[in-house]
Design a protein around this ligand. Structure first.
Ligand SMILES: Cc1ncc(C[n+]2csc(CCOP(=O)(O)OP(=O)(O)O)c2C)c(N)n1
Ligand code: SF4
Ligand SMILES: [Mg+2]
Length: 317
């Protein structure tokens, strides 16, 4: 029997386990708990001072650490926007897509490897505006994705135009007289469109937000986590001081997330006080569970060396 010794495996380590290195010495890697350092690359965000995206980034990493996630089995997908730079700053797999098109990418990745933890990070403009159609159908399918929306109620990257969640009256370069229409209510949308985990957090309540994100990652099904995110440069209405005055926690108000009607009633609350926390949670089969092709080995891991597609190509001649 070869000699064995243990070496620590860092967060990004992969597969030396059990390999015989020389003269009968075998490496047994001891799994080391994931740390923040494992998830932190050299690149630093260039967000403005006071931007809530810093805290959301920190909290996503913190939630992955709490879950002792495997970075090699985690994919962050984003769109375009200030907050959509997030995948650059987390040492997992990452994909920064097109504006509003993160969900088709995430869906494709999940189908190719349904064992992968896929986390989608988008802005409010990206997720609720240009990507809104993808959003409602992804939620309706109950795809097993965790979608974190950095909701600063403004288009940050393109210099402060109003967004689908800007409040009526919001003055911006594209609404100089103030926004006219009613904003999207992401929580109510999530509950009615079939998301099975619907939450709202706040960037400056990091422990609370960490629990919501970790819960969303663990949840089997579509988790929509809307996150209030102060934009210190372009949103002078929804500031840290404003949120301090206007937020309360659902769990402190005795809310039952299994009760859909109660969740809707909370989602419709507005005005002086806005709830944060887990609004709604339901166990339901995912879309992937209904695809027999995804019942076993992920498609990306299947042996295709013996598959001959020539007959199929013949049809196109
Ligand atoms: C198809 C397309 N339309 C418009 C744009 C320009 N654009 C880039 S980011 C953005 C808005 C970003 O706002 P949001 O998603 O809220 O992210 P934030 O910058 O606030 O984090 C827009 C309109 C684009 N890149 N692609
Ligand atoms: S413009 Fe707003 S959202 Fe963008 S980095 Fe600055 S503070 Fe953050
Ligand atoms: Mg935004």
């Amino acid at each position: 029997m070869p000699a064995e010794f243990k070496v620590p495996l860092n967060g990004n380590g992969n597969g030396l386990n059990g390999i015989e290195v020389s003269h009968g010495l075998k490496v047994l890697q001891e799994k080391k708990k994931l740390t923040m350092a494992d998830l932190t690359p050299k690149e630093l965000p260039t967000w403005c001072g006071g931007c809530g995206d810093f805290n959301i980034l920190f909290t996503i990493k913190n939630a992955l650490v709490e879950l002792d996630a495997d970075p090699a089995n985690t994919l962050l997908v984003s769109g375009i926007g200030c907050g959509s730079k997030t995948p650059h700053f987390v040492k997992t797999y990452g994909f920064e897509g097109l504006h509003g098109r993160s969900l088709p990418v995430a869906t494709g990745a999940k189908f190719a490897n349904h064992k992968l933890d896929v986390i989608v990070v988008t802005g409010d403009g990206d997720g609720y505006g240009i990507g809104g159609n993808h959003l409602i159908h992804s939620m309706r399918r109950n795809l097993d994705l965790t979608h974190i929306v950095q909701n600063n109620e403004v288009y940050g990257l393109t210099k402060g135009q109003y967004s689908p969640t800007s409040p009526p009256g919001f003055k911006s370069p594209s609404t100089p007289q103030g926004a006219i229409e009613e904003p999207v209510n992401p929580v109510a949308l999530g509950i009615t469109m079939g998301a099975t985990y619907v939450a709202r957090g706040y960037a400056y309540e990091v422990n609370h937000l960490k629990q919501l994100i970790a819960g969303g990652i663990k949840h089997k099904g579509y988790a929509l986590i809307d996150v209030f995110q102060p934009c210190s440069t372009y949103n002078k209405v929804n500031t840290i001081a404003w949120y301090k005055e206007h937020l309360y926690k659902l769990e402190e108000a005795g809310h039952d997330p299994k009760d859909k009607m109660q969740a809707m009633a909370r989602a419709m609350e507005g005005g002086d006080k806005l709830p944060i926390g887990l609004f709604y949670k339901e166990e339901k089969p995912t879309y992937e569970a209904g695809l027999p092709q995804l019942n076993g080995v992920p498609l990306s891991k299947m042996d295709i060396s013996n598959i001959d597609i020539t007959p199929m190509l013949e049809r196109f001649k």
